[in-house]
Design a protein around this ligand. Structure first.
Ligand SMILES: O=C(O)[C@H](O)[C@@H](O)[C@H](O)[C@H](O)COP(=O)(O)O
Length: 298
């Protein structure tokens, strides 16, 4: 089918190529003109603005947004809304907070538009060669555009989860799990690193990928990383985060349930942003006060 794609970053560009490989016609735009020219050379119809993208599609239009979650998604949507006609469909393929998705879906519904939240996993390689989609929205309408997901997903790699919001909620929890799994892998290698043995981490990850209980894509990526830099000497252990883990923990708190692994993984990411902590200073000072225990001076 013919569809519009807004956002030609690492994910969007690869998705455009994937869609075209699978016989879909893509009208694409981005704030970066160079990316628009590049994708035109790769076979898409270039649009120099959102308005021109809309003008190049017939209603009911399908517009796939592959832009960063938050303010940018909000801006693109407010630019899009007045240009769309009743029955048009908007897909949010970013990692949006599901609460924002619920609000946006309602706002679009009032205008007679359909909103699909599509949590997309698998990174840039997935976007290019077969992604994993977690999809929320109107089911009848979803069935009309199902082919764009079926064709660009890995085999059995898309799931219609239910009403609007359910796709992004599912992706959020997926990412919470991702935090916990990565933290556990990191801690395991840290214990190996402090051990009296001299392990080769690439080989360790490799053997764990062959038949062990913890074999996984994350362990394959671990193996890749160690194959490039045996002790990861070139990078610092600063772990950034873009929100999904925090929202997962917020949901657990809202539901008053225990999610200690995901919560601690998130806290460890925050901790990694600081070289020293005030908490540590206070505890060290207290040990010194009550027991005369030594403190490490600056
Ligand atoms: O499933 C995926 O492909 C990932 O979850 C991806 O969507 C996520 O955005 C990044 O891994 C960064 O997430 P953090 O910045 O929160 O670590």
């Amino acid at each position: 089918m013919k569809l519009g794609l807004i956002g030609l970053g690492k994910m969007g560009y690869n998705l455009a190529l994937n869609l075209m490989d699978n016989g879909h016609e893509v009208v694409a735009t981005d704030v970066n003109d160079q990316q628009v020219q590049n994708i035109a050379q790769d076979g898409a119809s270039p649009a120099d603005s959102i308005r021109s993208l809309i003008d190049n599609l017939e209603s009911p239009r399908t517009i796939w947004m592959m832009v960063p979650a938050g303010d940018i998604t909000e801006q693109v949507l407010s630019e899009l809304k007045p240009l769309l006609d009743e029955g048009d469909r908007v897909i949010d393929g970013g990692n949006s907070n599901y609460k924002h998705t619920l609000r946006r879906a309602e706002e679009l519904q009032e205008l007679g538009l359909f909103y699909f939240d599509v949590g997309t996993s698998g990174g840039t390689d997935g976007a290019r060669n077969g992604a994993c989609y977690m999809i929320g929205g109107d089911e009848t309408e979803f069935r009309k555009i199902e082919s764009i997901f079926a064709d660009t997903a890995i085999e059995s790699g898309y799931h219609f989860a239910g009403r609007a919001g359910s796709g992004h909620f599912l992706k959020m929890v997926h990412n919470g799990i991702e935090y916990g799994m990565m933290q556990a892998i990191g801690e395991g290698f840290d214990i190996l690193e402090k051990s009296p043995f001299d392990y080769n981490y690439e080989q360790v990850a490799n053997v764990w990928n062959n038949g062990s209980v913890i074999r996984s894509w994350l362990m394959e990526l671990t193996e890749n990383a160690f194959s490039k830099d045996a002790k990861l000497d070139d990078i610092r252990g600063v772990m950034n985060s873009s929100g999904e883990g925090k929202w997962t923990v917020e949901s657990a708190l809202d539901f008053e349930l225990a999610a200690p692994v995901i919560t601690m993984s998130l806290m460890m990411r925050y901790r990694s942003q600081e070289d020293d902590t005030f908490t540590g200073k206070v505890v060290a000072a207290l040990r010194n006060e009550f027991g005369g225990h030594a403190v490490v001076k600056k």
